[in-house]
Ligand binder design. Structure first.
Ligand SMILES: [Zn+2]
Length: 409
């Protein structure tokens, strides 16, 4: 038996007036998801426990079969793992975004762009190198990542502060969360020095001259220590791989003991190498029993509030990931159980995540039971829940349902 989980990040949405009150998932043409759904089980899965922020970190940790209440420490240590940084027990990782801020005369701060115009890695590495040279000390060290996404490692005890993700504040005032970085002299010294270095850096001077958003601030968030997760092999006897363009997902996979397959041209955007991802998933299943495939594009479109792009991203996920993997498995003649779902909703009208339980399809190639007969949508999953009360309370139960076995110990 082969086991597959396919995740369209942030695919869930609310009814959109322009779509005659359908959701993007309802409006998109998704013949493969619909076929799986009609012939499979449809239910809601709670990926975000009550009181947790509805992040991709918490949600995908759930989809990998781990209860966030037991395993979640923060987003940054997962991304650090994907970047090859091994945290010591005394270290804390913070995610360090390069962002575009506007400081107005009356000391108001606005988040213009959480990604500094999706700055290139070539440019951002020069900036992070300058920050490490100018700001690092016994306590703080910068590690370059991809584009606007970097890591700050903090040694030992540090003054606590509540941090917030910058992508939740696009175009909004952030005077109050920005002030938190000035709540203690060690943070204040770091953030102010970084701001000065960034303002004077040639990379930013050229970006401004070219009409691009400069990376004129650092934004620290998502902090946490090394999580202690037993692997999926230890918990379920499962051997598998994870395919994603996103460091956070790769870090989750590493901590879950999965092999990380890096597919050339996997970008996380609409232009991602879908064919390569689907083929890599099928190839990995020849020698292993589990694969987790994550597609980022619907979430990106949701954050940007782009309706056409979101529909396109869902249709691409259906046609280029779900379809080929389904077809390949059917051709192989192997029995398989497949989940197709999303980690959370990213409604276009909100441009950020919500914690609604996510519509989830479970399809079994043996088809012992009759299917639900419905196409895949948020509304259909809710209707099934009303009819059957079949929602799944957490990711661990979802994994047990997929595998038809309980975790060991
Ligand atoms: Zn997500």
């Amino acid at each position: 038996m082969k086991y597959v989980i396919l995740v369209g990040d942030g695919m869930g949405d609310l009814p959109v007036a322009e779509l005659n009150n359908r959701t993007p998932l309802e409006a998109a043409e998704t013949p493969f998801l619909d076929a799986l759904c009609r012939r499979g089980e449809l239910f809601l899965t709670r990926t975000i426990p009550a009181g947790y922020p509805p992040g991709s970190d918490v949600a995908n940790l759930s989809l990998l079969g781990y209860k966030p209440e037991e395993y979640y420490t923060g987003r940054a240590p997962l991304e650090a793992a994907a970047m090859g940084i091994t945290l010591g027990p005394e270290q804390t990782a913070f995610r360090c975004n390069l962002v575009t801020l506007n400081h107005s005369q009356d000391d108001q701060v606005h988040m213009i762009d959480y990604s500094a115009g999706h700055i290139s890695s070539e440019e951002s590495h020069q900036l992070i190198t300058a920050l490490e040279a100018g700001c690092a000390n016994d306590m703080f060290h910068f590690h370059p990542g991809v584009s606007y996404r970097h890591i700050l490692l903090v040694e030992g005890d540090y003054p606590q502060m509540n941090t917030v993700p910058p992508h939740d504040f696009t175009g909004q005032e952030v005077t109050e969360p920005w002030a938190r970085y000035h709540s203690h002299f060690q943070w204040q010294a770091l953030v102010d020095k970084a701001t000065t270095i960034l303002a004077a850096h040639p990379v930013n001077i050229s970006r401004i001259a070219a009409g691009k958003n400069p990376a004129n601030g650092i934004w620290l968030w998502g902090e946490g220590k090394l999580p202690t997760m037993s692997t999926l092999t230890e918990r379920f006897g499962l051997h598998g791989s994870l395919i994603s363009a996103v460091d956070l997902l790769k870090g989750l996979g590493i901590n879950a003991g999965l092999a990380i397959i890096n597919v050339p041209g996997a970008t996380g955007y609409l232009d991602t190498n879908y064919t390569g991802k689907a083929q890599a998933a099928l190839d990995s299943l020849r020698s292993q029993d589990f694969v987790f495939v994550h597609v980022e594009a619907p979430d990106e479109a949701g954050h940007q509030g782009l309706l056409t792009e979101k529909i396109q991203a869902i249709e691409d996920f259906d046609r280029q990931i779900v379809g080929p993997i389904l077809h390949g498995l059917q051709q192989s003649g192997e029995d398989f159980r497949m989940i197709a779902t999303m980690d959370h909703f990213t409604p276009l009208c909100l441009r950020t995540h919500t914690d609604s339980p996510v519509p989830t399809i479970l399809f079994d190639s043996r088809q012992a039971k009759p299917g639900c007969g419905l196409p895949f949508s948020e509304q259909a999953a809710e209707a099934e829940d009303k009819r059957l009360h079949n929602s799944i309370a957490n990711g661990e139960l979802l994994m047990e349902k997929l595998l038809e076995r309980r975790k060991h110990g």
